[in-house]
Design a binder for this molecule. Structure first.
Ligand code: PLP
Length: 377
């Protein structure tokens, strides 16, 4: 094979959906005419309703970002003591636990799905445990049945971080129907986005009411404030953008499905390289395309590949390196020890997020695979 040439421009792992600018200007005109910029305005109301249908959930509340949504979820469920979670996630997940004056307890992950290993949860439960905060990592669903059974047996709440799982279904049900509360992130890097934004889904009207109260200072009416809430409201400009992005996400996902097929075909024959397979039946979010590099079989480490790619103008990411359990403020926790997290500590050395977005051409995806192959020569 001839030596692959570097890209003439930098290739990143993602690019946001950007709707037509004139259409966005028209939306902004509506906002200007209304002179209503935040606090559950018409754009917000429309987006909340539409997203509830897309996500197939009974109740949905919009937020200014996913992290504040998750914080509000913990507050809304009145949690105490310890929360069992995964070390293989974005910092927001354990940080909301700490920020709520609760204690994260790290549980090891499953080697195939990279999600929290449900069979390891029970050994971490004690009298202080109040909840499980699990993440549908890279859009692959957690073992929701097992987690629910454990929660029921020990009387725990279950919160899902579905930041990567927009539009994913489990048994034909929207992924936000599992657990007590599910969080979605609408950050610009996510499949569906509002630049910054997020949402919580839940199954009872009462809980939605509480969530909506908590995200708006606990204000019930002009003269009544009944909870120590915060300000986590999505504004009208975010919502207006979201209404337009919502027209494009299916097509974006369709393009990513094609890219996925190219990557799968081109990487199939490289020894030591495997793709994290998406959840079956095409219902994955296609949020990320992650490969695993087995150093022994491939001949080079993940870190070597990451560095080499940079020379070709390809900027891959080592999601989620380092593990949250390695952060300075967590690494002294008993549950953060490497002996408690053997799988996570191995996986985190092998994973690499590849360029993956609708506007990446199939030819460029093939070229990226050829560059990877060339490292072995
Ligand atoms: C993006 C992300 C978040 C945080 O969402 P923001 O909307 O950026 O606050 C939380 N958890 C995971 C796993 C994420 O990827």
């Amino acid at each position: 094979m001839s030596k692959a040439k570097p890209f003439s421009r930098p290739i990143y792992i993602t690019r946001p959906i950007l709707p037509n600018l004139n259409q966005f200007k028209n939306k902004l005109k509506q906002v200007w005419q209304n002179q209503w910029l935040t606090n559950n305005g018409p754009q917000h109301q429309q987006l909340e309703k539409k997203l509830r249908l897309v996500l197939q959930v009974p109740y949905l509340s919009l937020f200014n970002n996913g992290t504040n949504a998750l914080l509000t979820a913990l507050k809304g469920l009145n949690l105490k003591g310890e929360i069992i979670t995964t070390p293989f996630t974005f910092p927001a997940t354990p940080h909301v636990i700490t920020w709520s004056n609760l204690q994260p307890v790290f549980c090891d992950i499953d080697n195939d799905t990279l999600n929290i290993n449900a069979s390891k949860i029970e050994s971490l439960i004690n009298s202080k445990t109040s909840a499980i905060l699990a993440v549908h990592v890279f859009g692959n669903p957690c073992n929701v049945q097992s987690i629910q059974a454990i929660a029921k047996k020990h009387n725990l709440k279950v919160i899902y971080d579905a930041a990567h799982a927009f539009g994913v279904e489990i048994d034909n049900k929207g992924i936000g129907n599992f657990g007590d509360i599910t969080m979605f992130s609408f950050h610009a890097t996510k499949l569906f986005h509002t630049a910054e934004g997020g949402a919580l889904s839940c199954k009872s009207k009462k809980l939605k009411k509480k969530i909506d109260l908590l995200k708006n200072f606990g204000i019930v009416s002009e003269e009544q404030v009944i909870e120590a809430g915060i300000n986590s409201k999505m504004n009208e400009i975010q919502a207006a953008l979201g209404l337009l992005v919502l027209k494009h996400w299916r097509q974006e996902k369709q393009k990513r499905t094609q890219l996925f097929k190219i990557y799968r075909r081109c990487l199939k024959d490289i020894p030591g390289i495997t793709i994290i397979a998406p959840h079956l039946n095409g219902k994955n979010s296609y949020q990320y395309l992650v490969i695993r590099i087995n150093q022994e079989e491939f001949g080079y480490s993940r870190d070597y590949v990451y560095q080499q790619f940079r020379k070709y103008n390809v900027f891959t990411r080592k999601y989620f390196f380092p593990l949250c359990s390695q952060y300075p403020h967590y690494k002294y926790l008993p549950s953060a020890s490497k002996s408690n997290l053997p799988v996570a500590n191995q996986v985190v050395k092998e994973v690499l997020s590849m360029p993956f977005y609708g506007n990446l051409s199939l030819k460029d995806a093939e070229k990226i695979c050829n560059i990877l192959k060339s490292f072995q020569l």
